[in-house]
Design a binder for this molecule. Structure first.
Ligand SMILES: [Zn+2]
Length: 164
């Protein structure tokens, strides 16, 4: 399913409960900005209560297809930034895969290998931090004035650490 090319407005995605349509609205705004218009990206709302993520993305690079998955109970205030974050994972996918393959070549594909676990962990942390920083910069540059989900999580972590 291709997304219709609609004119881009300066408006932010609408604040209402997360559904496929509201995710689509974010995609219509952000796919062209991130030069991802040639990708066929589906919106999926995840209802699973045991899903601990806010969002995720499945990528089929050879067909330029992807699915952006958003948890149904995500506060809609955070929808746009989670969609941008997941779109950046598509943008960074080539690099991501290259590093993944380098790790395989260096340490083998065995997940139980200590060096492999360490390198993979470091890589994932770097990837997430970079994705988060880029998402924040893009949202800031587009005029977003709200709170960031990542900041909120970080504040909770800081709060927990201070309690100890
Ligand atoms: Zn991520």
């Amino acid at each position: 399913m291709k997304h219709p090319i609609t004119k881009r407005t300066g408006e932010r995605c609408i604040m209402k409960p997360v559904d496929e349509k509201s995710i689509d609205e974010c995609l219509v705004k952000w796919q062209p900005l991130l030069s991802l218009s040639d990708w066929d990206i589906r919106s999926i709302v995840v209802q699973k209560t045991n899903w601990r993520k806010s969002g995720d993305v499945k990528i089929d690079e050879s067909n330029r297809m992807a699915a952006v998955m958003i948890k149904s109970d995500l506060d809609p205030v955070y929808l746009e930034q989670v969609v941008v974050h997941e779109l950046l994972h598509i943008k960074l996918w080539g690099l991501d895969q290259m590093i993944e393959e380098s790790l395989n070549a260096l340490f083998g594909e065995e997940d139980s290998e200590g060096k492999r676990i360490f390198a993979q962990g470091q890589f994932m942390r770097e990837l997430e931090a970079t994705t988060q920083d880029l998402a924040r910069a893009l949202l800031d540059a587009s005029g977003f004035k709200g709170d960031y989900l990542f900041n909120r999580v970080q504040k909770q972590i800081d709060g927990e650490i201070e309690k100890d």
